[in-house]
Design a protein around this ligand. Structure first.
Ligand code: F42
Length: 146
């Protein structure tokens, strides 16, 4: 993803501070929440085209990752979900390792498989889904090799 755009930190203090700690320590600090592993997603803003970054829980299988747009069970999707849908080429940092990925929204059986992995990685996702009528979207990241 081109990095010549301006970085606009998250409006969420927690998210902004976690991204800063994670990146300043090259993924050795700020890499968990509630004792569960966190990764950092970098994407382009849907409206502003600015560089946006947000922590998400680490949900990984064979080099692919899932992004769960839970927003704590809120009735709306997080802004980062709209960004990734609009600009599916993203960067994800897992510990010290950064990689380029292409995102797609999981549906049907694929979503069921990733939702199971997600709840295993972060059981609170199940609680979030019970607390909202919104179907929490799951975006799957496939590694980009070129
Ligand atoms: N949120 C999740 O949804 N899933 C997770 O797995 C998750 C894990 C997690 C772990 C650690 C942690 O500290 C936070 C975690 N969060 C998780 C919370 C997450 O990091 C976000 O804070 C939360 O999801 C809300 O994100 P948001 O994308 O809605 O960002 C808000 C706070 C924000 O910055 N809003 C900006 C604003 O000005 O209000 C706009 C941001 C933006 O991207 N704007 C776009 C643009 O073009 O620049 C336009 C977006 C649009 O809708 O058009």
């Amino acid at each position: 993803m081109p990095s010549n755009a301006e970085y606009e930190p998250s409006a969420s203090d927690i998210a902004r501070n976690q991204v800063a700690l994670f990146e300043s320590s090259n993924g050795t600090e700020g890499n968990t929440i509630s004792g569960r592993p966190v990764v950092i997603l970098t994407m382009r803003g849907k409206r502003t085209a600015k560089i946006r970054k947000t922590p998400v829980m680490r949900v990984e299988d064979a080099g692919r990752y899932a992004l769960v747009a839970s927003l704590g069970g809120a009735p709306r999707h997080p802004a980062w979900y709209h960004n990734v849908v609009s600009h599916p080429r993203v960067t994800l940092q897992d510990g010290p390792r950064r990689g380029e990925y292409l995102a797609h929204e999981a549906e049907g059986q694929e979503r069921d498989e990733w939702w199971k992995r997600a709840v295993e990685a972060f059981p609170e996702y199940a609680e979030y889904q019970r607390s909202t009528d919104r179907v929490i979207p799951v975006l799957v990241l496939e590694p980009v090799t070129h």
